[in-house]
Every structure is written in C-alpha cells, then in structure tokens.
Design a protein around this ligand. Structure first.
Ligand SMILES: NC(=O)c1ccc[n+]([C@@H]2O[C@H](COP(=O)([O-])OP(=O)(O)OC[C@H]3O[C@@H](n4cnc5c(N)ncnc54)[C@H](O)[C@@H]3O)[C@@H](O)[C@H]2O)c1
Length: 329
C-alpha cells in the first residue's frame, strides 16, 4: 500500500501536476455516467465542518476527508486540510493513503479551469479575485493556463493575505491591481471573477447592480460550499445562467441554497460531454456554483496511484491465513 505526504506531492512542479490534473479530471467528467455518486456526508459545528466524500467506478473506490475551519488561520493553521484514500474495488483493499490538502487546491483549480474553458469568453483577459487565501494562487495559475490573462484585480479583508498574494505572483507577468473592497474589484469590467472567501455566513460580496451591465462575465464561485456559507447576492443567480457540479449536493451547499424551490441548472459534465452548450450568444452572466465534488478528488487519487508516487507501507495486517487474524499477536 502506498503512502503519500504533501512533501512527496510538492516534489513535482505545479505545472506538471496541474497539466495531469486537467487531463485526469476531463477524462473522468467525460465518463460521468460510469460513477456511483452521492452527496457528501457533512458533520457541522458552529466553527467549522467535517466532510466525507466517496465515489467509485468499477476499478477504484475513493473518499476524501476534508474540513473547513474559517478561524484556523488566526491560530496559524490552514482553514482546509484533507486526506484521501483509494481502494481496489475487486477486493476492497486500500491501495493508497494520501495528503489531499495540496491536491484539493489543484483539483479545485482544475475544475474551475474546465468550467471557465466552456463558460467564459475565450478572449478573457481581466480576472477578478476576492479572497487571497490558500486557494488563490492556484486559481490564478489555472485561469492563466486557459486564457490570455493580462491583469488581476484582487481584494481580501486581510492586508497580509493580499501582500502574500502579490509576492507569490510577482514576476508572473500579470498586472496586479490591489483593490480596497470587493465592490472595487467588480467596478471595472471583468471577464472572469473568482470568489473564494472563507466565512461561515451568508455574505454578499457585492450587489447584482454592480455587475448587471457586464454582458460577458463568468463568475467562478468556489467559497460558498456549505449550508449557511455563501458569497453572492442571490440576484446575481436570478439573472444568470447557473452551472453546478452535482445538483443533488449543490442545492444544499451552494449559492443556490439561497433561491427558493428547485433551480434550473446545468451540470458541468453535461457541457463537457456536449449534451448542453457551453457559453451561448444569449448568455450574459454565467455562475459556476462550485462546492467541490468527490469525482474531482477521485481523479487526483487515480492520478497519484497511476503515477506510482509514494512509498510502500504495511498499514494493514499481512497474514498467512486470512481466517487467522488472531495470529498477528
Ligand atoms: N468549491 C470547492 O471545490 C472548494 C475547494 C476548496 C476550498 N473551497 C472554499 O474556498 C474558500 C477559500 O479557501 P481557502 O483555502 O483559500 O481559505 P483561506 O482561509 O486560506 O482564505 C480565505 C480568505 O478569505 C478572506 N475573507 C474572508 N471573508 C472575507 C470577506 N468578507 N471579504 C474579503 N475577504 C474575506 C480571508 O481573509 C482569507 O484570506 C473556502 O470557503 C473553502 O471552503 C471550495
């Protein structure tokens, strides 16, 4: 059985991991119907959430354990850490245990890039970013892979997080425009807006009025991903086209939880498979209401497993007689 730490993963370059992540995730979205899918299981506390995210095809069963604790950075800890496991469907034996903190950032960025590829203007140059925490640089690099970006307008209520973001993107060739508020980010015409704050509240980062005249905007909303944790003015959704990962899960966890009744949404796999159109002439604002779905983690675990990364450890009992577990003592 393989064991993979964050350091083992970081040994590879971001670019090579990201290129593979895109490839694996696109391939798995293209065979969406082959997966046994379900909404994730969530255990809520006032200060955070624990989630288990299982999915399987005929070869592998995977699940990710992930938390979201918005107050953690004030104690020097990440808001989000994750562990993943991949098991062999034929025997049920776990084959891989893996840190998924980095891979969550990479797979989320890959999912955002795939959605944007289909739903944003092909000539997108100006990116807006609200929330410059752990996910932010991954998000910018992902969009850069797909679009001829020239500038990023960004804001975080934490000035240190903004300074860190600017430091990490220095030398990227992008013009970095620090804004004083979320409203200021959207005040100039954007092609893509990524919202990725971490706050356990129903936040409205800006009003619909602030973006209503932008007729080609793609909003990649990744931070609203839990009941009671959203980022957008519901009027933005009411006036836009909405795309989700897996409606059954998103209706409870995504921005659409703030809309009454069933909401008309497309699922991203339908667009990837050509069953639904990507950006159409009549589309103005399109919101990718992303909450994070188990399939993206499956793709990352499959990628790690098939790349043969990690060291072997004997975590499970190794027995001569499988009926004699007691012999281990
Ligand atoms: N959709 C997905 O698949 C997915 C995957 C990973 C993370 N997420 C979500 O993305 C969000 C960001 O994750 P992260 O790891 O970067 O978290 P983080 O805590 O590292 O960063 C969040 C940033 O948001 C800022 N912030 C909080 N409230 C704000 C506000 N009202 N205005 C401006 N800035 C504000 C914080 O100062 C912080 O810098 C989280 O909510 C997380 O749950 C979603």
């Amino acid at each position: 059985m393989k064991f993979i730490t964050a350091k083992d993963i970081a040994h590879y370059s971001f670019d090579s991991l990201f290129a593979d992540a895109l490839r694996y995730l696109e391939a798995d979205l293209a065979r969406w119907q082959e997966f046994k899918k379900s909404s994730r299981h969530a255990t809520h506390f006032d200060h955070g959430v624990f989630e288990l995210m299982p999915v399987a095809d005929d070869s592998y069963y995977t699940y990710k354990y992930v938390n979201a604790h918005p107050g953690n950075p004030t104690h020097g800890k990440l808001s989000i850490v994750a562990l993943g496991m991949l098991a062999d469907v034929a025997t049920g034996y776990p084959q891989l245990v893996c840190d998924m903190t980095l891979l969550t950032a990479i797979r989320t960025a890959a999912m955002s890039a795939i959605a944007a590829k289909h739903l944003a203007d092909k000539d997108s140059r100006v990116l807006g970013l609200i929330g410059t925490g752990a996910q932010s640089e991954f998000q910018v690099h992902a969009m850069r892979e797909v679009f001829p970006l020239t500038s990023v307008r960004y804001f975080d209520r934490d000035e240190e997080a903004m300074a860190k973001f600017a430091r990490n993107l220095r030398g990227s060739g992008l013009t970095l425009i620090a804004c004083k508020s979320a409203e200021e980010v959207v005040q100039e015409k954007l092609d893509i807006l990524t919202t990725c704050i971490c706050e356990k509240a129903k936040v409205q980062l800006f009003r619909y009025d602030a973006v209503k005249d932008n007729d080609r905007l793609f909003i990649n909303a990744i931070g609203g991903d839990c009941p009671g944790k959203t980022e957008l003015d519901p009027d933005v959704l009411r006036h836009g086209r909405i795309v989700v990962e897996f409606y059954e899960q998103t209706k409870r966890e995504g921005e659409i939880q703030n809309l009454a009744g069933a909401t008309v949404c497309d699922e991203l796999w339908e667009i990837v498979q050509g069953k639904k159109a990507g950006r159409r002439k009549e589309d103005r604002i399109i919101v990718f209401d992303s909450v994070g779905f188990a399939l993206a983690d499956f793709s990352m675990l499959r990628m790690m497993y098939e790349r043969g990364i990690g060291r072997n450890i004997a975590l499970l009992p190794e027995l001569k007689n499988p009926k004699d577990l007691f012999a281990i003592f």
